[in-house]
Design a binder for this molecule. Structure first.
Ligand code: FAD
Length: 411
């Protein structure tokens, strides 16, 4: 069998992979490019899956990252429906599920991750859903007409977004969070408490500090969630939003350094020759996390690391140094985050959460490290410079919402 070969082979046709292909052509790469992925679809945006797409407000066609003609016009070969199972760094080839090999000059690994599953019995029943791709959400949508009660396990962004949509669709929603507050991994207490209040005000039964024992079954489908205290929450649908496991097995098996993600340097190079990794699966040293090695799960990071690789592969290398940002939409609330709050030693509340427009600033050693802005786009826009400049500013002035942040910064 003839082995296909591409100058640049991108594995994973999500946000990072698609942007890498786009940026390579924008930067003048003239060689062959293939974008291979295990999903059937053209590259599409993932954030609407737990928002407008689940709500039925946005058809799939509007999620496409580029129209179909874009890829053919730029001679980017799309290879959908293929799962890479092995990487051969010495032979410069990957193997996909049906056994075919595809050769490469450079390999860009952009595989994201798969939803972490519950470890308890019942995790794989019909009616139990992770939320990662279109197929996941289409399965949920197909079941919804027969669903009145939903239990969401995990009070992170995806779980809370799904809870908001399903509540709006008239479902009775319970959210179970193991920690003592929602969003505990990513945000400070004022933000957690605010979102808990918003969900409860709309009728969500939101419970924190709750351990799940198992999912109960009737006729092969989920019919309830049993808690560690013995209580059972009857339901027809369970949504599990407890994080992802980076999809890195073939690369790690091939010898790439890594653990929670594939380790990459500032140019997104893995420890294997001519193999790069980007997006959710890439563990990198991040200046905004005090130089800790982290993975970021955001569209911004996927796009920025894709651009870093495109620059490196077109002969103009520039290290990754992007300020992290993120957003989440729940009900009529628009959360915008800039910077990373991990490691903060002080929180400044700016504005009154009761007005549903406020910001939470995270400081470390007096310097602004991150902002969570709820319906406060001006703070988000102006706060970015404070994060980038690691500005040390008077906390009392930062807390005064009547003074624009750029004026606070100007002194
Ligand atoms: P993905 O976009 O996941 O792409 C990886 C692709 O690789 C997938 O198609 C996967 O199936 C494929 N793949 C995996 N393994 C293989 C293999 N072995 N062979 C072939 N293909 C493979 N971010 C935000 O910034 N804001 C938001 O509001 C937001 N909301 C989100 C809501 C949901 C429901 C989800 C799931 C994510 C959300 N995110 C959000 C996160 C954001 O979508 C991700 O950070 C982003 O998609 C990461 O891009 P990626 O290319 O690394 O991974």
């Amino acid at each position: 069998m003839t082995e296909a070969r591409y100058d640049i082979l991108i594995v994973g046709a999500g946000h990072a992979g698609a942007q890498a292909a786009v940026a390579l052509r924008q930067r003048g790469h003239a060689g062959s490019i293939a974008l291979l992925g295990d999903e059937a679809e053209l590259p599409y945006e993932r954030p609407p899956l737990s928002k407008e797409y689940l709500a039925g407000d946005k058809p799939f066609e509007r999620l496409l990252i580029r129209p179909p003609s874009f890829w053919t016009d730029r001679d980017i070969a799309l290879l959908p429906g293929r799962t890479v199972v092995a990487v051969d760094p010495a032979g410069r080839a990957v193997t996909h599920l049906d056994g075919d090999r595809i050769g490469y000059g450079a390999l860009v690994w952009a595989t994201g991750g798969s939803p972490r599953r519950l470890a308890c019995s019942g995790h794989d029943l019909r009616g139990v859903h992770g939320v990662r791709n279109r197929a996941d959400v289409d399965r949920m949508i197909a079941e919804l007409p027969g669903v009145t009660r939903v239990v969401v396990i995990g009070g992170g962004y995806i779980g809370l977004e799904a809870a908001a949509v399903l509540t709006k669709l008239g479902k009775a929603v319970t959210v179970l969070e193991a920690q003592d507050r929602v969003l505990a991994r990513v945000a400070g207490e004022p933000l957690s408490r605010f979102f808990e209040g918003e969900h409860r005000a709309r009728g969500v039964d939101l419970r924190t500090g709750v351990a799940v024992e198992c999912i109960e079954a009737r006729d092969g489908a989920a019919c309830g969630v049993r808690l560690a205290d013995g209580g059972v929450l009857p339901c027809e649908m369970v949504i599990v939003g407890i994080g992802i496991i980076p999809a890195t097995d073939p690369l790690i098996t091939a010898g790439a350094a890594g653990g929670n993600g594939v380790a990459v340097d500032a140019l997104c190079r893995t420890s294997l020759p001519d193999i790069y990794a980007i997006g959710d699966c890439a563990a990198h040293v991040n200046a905004f996390a005090d130089g800790a090695t982290i993975r970021l799960e955001s569209v911004q990071n996927a796009n920025d690391q894709a651009n870093v690789v495109a620059k490196a592969l077109t002969g103009t290398p520039e290290p990754y140094d992007a300020v992290p940002w993120f957003w989440s939409n729940q009900y009529d609330l628009k959360l915008q985050t800039v910077g990373l709050s991990t490691g903060h030693d002080r929180i400044v509340l700016r504005g009154d959460p009761a007005t549903r427009s406020f910001s939470v600033l995270y400081l470390k050693d007096g310097a602004v490290r991150a902002l969570d802005c709820v319906n406060a786009t001006r703070d988000y826009v102006q706060g970015r410079a404070l994060v980038v400049g690691r500005r040390v500013l008077d906390p009392a002035r930062l807390a005064d919402a009547s003074v624009p942040l750029k004026e606070v910064a100007a002194g």
